[in-house]
Design a protein around this ligand. Structure first.
Ligand code: NAI
Ligand code: MG
Length: 354
């Protein structure tokens, strides 16, 4: 089997980690009896600064035929973030109807959580973030611009269809995990959209009588991700809330540099996209110290989605082995002094021995 993968390294540390992991993915494919081609797209902020657009006008169409998309990160200190995000990442997520953003937050053995008293295995959460609508619907506008009377309107759009499909995906995941689902809203204050969300959760829950359902407001959930993260299993949340909570999930499990994500097109009609949760990290760009593990694990999620489950499991295993080994190289975000390439070289050795 040969998979065709579109690679968008993007900005900042995106190209560093995307390039670093590819030899490892080649080894993996050879070992597990599949093949893949990569086609690289140099889309991102440099292209924007040269041409005024992050990607060509038909960019999304160009990606349509691929089996999947691997993306590094986008964002640059010289360009405002709404331009880079709306010029590349969001059009792909929305254009390919990537309804489910799946983000695991796992505390590995050997990783120190900033939370006192937690060790490997204590935190194992997967967040299902709605990925095509909600607060990121791009509905709104500005008027009276530049005058004292200036007005900005930003609407959140919640559809029954969009809510139901993310909620259902989360319930399905819960049946395969510990059977616990936490729905996070702000339905006390957002009395239309989030009340619809609550109603959908109640309706879908009837189909999954074995799943225990908990509902928490997002402010309390932010506290509970810190106070009692061990009690979460599957978490389902809107686009904005899922975005925020997964940064908390990443940091309580050690580092932004460890957190992977998948943007899944549920019908399979369009490619899904795999990317680390982290951004372009301009504070460490060019130093060769970006942690590649979030990208490695994003690759694992990609291979799993493509049907190469054994290869995906092998990647998770060797990452878990590496971080559990106190003699293994670690990047500075995990308290070490190794570089990106050292970490990948060590993983290649571990894969050989796997
Ligand atoms: P960020 O995730 O880029 O960085 C936050 C902190 O985590 C920084 O201290 C950074 O050094 C560290 N960090 C992140 N990834 C790391 C890695 N692999 N290894 C070691 N340390 C790592 O978030 P920030 O600083 O808020 O945003 C920077 C730019 O990235 C902005 O332009 C933002 O819009 C963009 N961004 C893009 C995202 C994407 O492409 N999906 C997601 C989040 C932000
Ligand atoms: Mg984010």
């Amino acid at each position: 089997m040969t998979y065709e993968i579109a690679v968008i390294p993007g900005d900042g540390i995106g190209p560093t980690v995307t390039e670093a992991v590819q030899p490892l993915f080649r080894d993996l494919a050879a070992e597990y009896g599949f093949d893949f081609t990569t086609t690289e797209y140099d889309w991102g902020t440099e292209r924007y600064l040269d041409t005024g657009a992050m990607m060509p006008e038909d960019g999304v169409d160009q990606l349509e035929g691929y089996d999947s998309i691997l993306l590094g990160a986008v964002g640059h200190p010289d360009v405002r973030d709404h331009i880079t995000l709306h010029g590349l990442l969001l059009p792909i997520r929305k254009g390919f109807d990537q309804a489910v953003c799946k983000r695991p937050a796992v505390l590995f053995d050997g990783i120190e959580s900033p939370l006192r008293g937690y060790s490997g295995g204590d935190i194992d959460i997967v967040v299902y973030r709605e990925n095509t609508e909600g607060e990121y619907s791009d509905v709104g506008g500005r008027t009276h611009q530049g005058f004292d009377s200036e007005v900005a309107v930003q609407s959140a759009v919640f559809t029954r269809h969009g809510t139901e499909r993310i909620v259902r995906a989360a319930f399905e995941a819960a049946t395969e995990r510990e059977g616990k689902l936490t729905s996070i809203t702000k339905s006390n204050a957002q009395a239309y959209s989030m009340v619809l969300w609550d109603e959908v959760v109640e309706e879908v829950a009837e189909e999954y009588p074995d799943v225990e359902v908990e509902r928490i407001l997002v402010d309390a959930a932010s506290m509970d991700f810190i106070r009692r993260p061990e009690e979460f299993d599957v978490v389902v949340a809107s686009n904005l809330f899922g975005d925020i909570l997964t940064d908390i999930g990443a940091i309580i499990t050690g580092s932004m540099g460890l957190a992977p994500s998948a943007n899944i097109n549920l019908s399979g009609e369009y490619p899904s996209m795999f990317e680390p949760v982290h951004g372009s990290a301009p504070d460490i760009v060019g130093q060769g110290i970006a942690n590649p593990l979030a990208m490695v694990l994003s690759g694992a999620m990609m291979f799993d989605h493509l049907g190469e489950e054994a290869a995906a499991d092998a990647l998770w295993d060797i990452v878990a082995d590496q971080v559990a080994d106190s003699d293994a190289p670690r990047t500075p975000d995990l308290g070490g002094d190794a570089g990106t390439d050292d970490v990948v070289a060590d993983l290649r050795t571990r894969l050989d021995a796997h």
